[in-house]
Write a protein that binds this ligand. Structure first.
Ligand code: 9RB
Ligand code: ZN
Length: 374
């Protein structure tokens, strides 16, 4: 079965300028100038493969439009928005933590990333498309109300959600984040909101180092609506599939959202320079298949992916096309050449110590009434 899949990409996403860092660190002294891990490469090359594979002409192209100031201010403080605006006007700056550099177009491209996610979600709610993938940059899942963090300027997913809630088109949402880093932004923004379920599966203690534990469950009216699955370094396809099957699936089905938004990071890839996981493109395919099944059961298939991290310029294109094939139900001729080197690795299979974390997360969600069956 093929589905109508919306797709957002804008050339300006590749123009977001993260400077001449060497990976994570600024150049200088003995550190030769190179480029930031968060460079245009992985995303632009994914956009390239979407076109060359023939997928592009079978997807429904959704234009990205900039989020408005009002859209940003539903989630962010005016201090944060003005700091990004004024630093951009001055030629560039940093969004907050010293690890989120941007150039003169930072404010504009940041608004385009949030607006691209919003356009994709709106098209799914309108029924213009069945589901959608917003290939946006810069990412958003670390951004907090008053500061950017970890390469993120604005909280793309929450900005989209709050715009649609303000329009009265949306009330209950589930956010599922499979980026290798913890989705601290959505966790913080929706900490006490009972209508937004936030689930993050990530590498334990990677970034931010001090958030993402199983014990963080939300508070007040939102108690029980935040679920973390901090998998140990080395986890692969089996651990991720199990986390989706045993935690995300039951929780999202019980929550009965109107829409699922996925923070889609490909940095759990076995080839990522920042993460220490070992997910293959077939692993991401399996995650997407499971999420689509959950969306079919929970909300008529309404699901939107918003791109986050993923820094292997050579592997990300194959991971992204695998996910787009699942969303659209279209099979291309693309075969992932990397699958040969990692497809049979023992890191694919679920281990007892990974199951342990998933057990703890599922047990807590069950105790809090977030999971009613498993
Ligand atoms: C900080 C450091 C980081 C580490 C990881 C990311 C990746 C983000 C991503 C960004 C910044 C170091 C804050 C090292 O891909 N998210 O999806 N910064 N790490 N030292 N300090 C103080
Ligand atoms: Zn990440």
């Amino acid at each position: 079965m093929t589905r109508k899949t919306g797709y957002v990409w804008h050339e300006k996403y590749a123009w977001h300028d993260t400077g001449t860092h060497a990976g994570l660190v600024p150049s200088g002294g003995y550190v030769q100038p190179y480029r930031n891990f968060e460079s245009p490469d992985s995303k632009a090359r994914l956009a390239g493969l979407v076109e060359v594979s023939g997928l592009l002409e079978q997807l429904v192209r959704i234009p990205a439009v900039e989020a408005s100031d009002a859209d940003l201010l539903r989630v962010h403080t005016s201090g944060h928005v003005e700091r990004i605006r004024s630093q951009s006007l001055a030629g560039g700056g940093d969004a907050g933590d010293g690890f989120s550099p941007f150039g003169a177009s930072g404010f504009e491209v940041g608004k385009l990333a949030a607006g691209g996610t919003l356009a994709a979600a709106r098209a799914v709610l309108d029924g213009t498309v069945d589901n959608a993938y917003a290939l946006v940059r810069p990412p958003g899942h670390h951004a907090e109300p008053d500061q950017g963090r970890g390469y993120c300027l604005f909280a793309n997913v929450p900005v989209a959600i709050e715009a649609l809630r303000a329009e009265g088109r949306l009330s209950r949402v589930a956010i599922f984040d499979y980026d290798v880093h913890h989705g601290n932004g959505a966790q913080k923004i929706y900490w006490d909101d009972p209508d937004v379920l936030t689930i993050s599966v990530h590498q334990d203690g990677l970034f931010p180092v001090d958030t993402g534990q199983v014990s963080e469950q939300g508070a007040g009216a939102g108690a029980g609506t935040n679920i973390n699955v901090p998998l140990p370094a080395g986890s692969g396809d089996g651990a991720y599939w199990s986390a989706v099957e045993r935690v995300a699936g039951p929780a999202i089905r019980a929550f009965a959202p109107d829409l699922i938004i996925v923070s889609s990071g490909f940095d759990p890839s076995a080839f990522d320079p920042l993460g220490r996981m070992s997910v293959t493109s077939n692993g991401f395919r399996g995650i997407a298949e499971r999420l689509l099944d959950i969306a079919d059961d929970a909300c008529d298939g309404r699901i939107v992916f918003s791109h986050e991290g993923g820094y292997s310029a050579v592997h990300v294109p194959f991971c992204g096309v695998a996910v787009l094939e699942v969303l659209s139900g279209i099979t291309t001729d693309v075969e992932d050449p990397f699958q040969i080197s990692i497809g049979a690795s023992p890191t694919r299979t679920l281990t007892a110590w990974q199951t342990d974390v998933i057990d703890r997360s599922a047990a807590l969600a069950r105790a809090l009434g977030m999971i009613v069956t498993e």
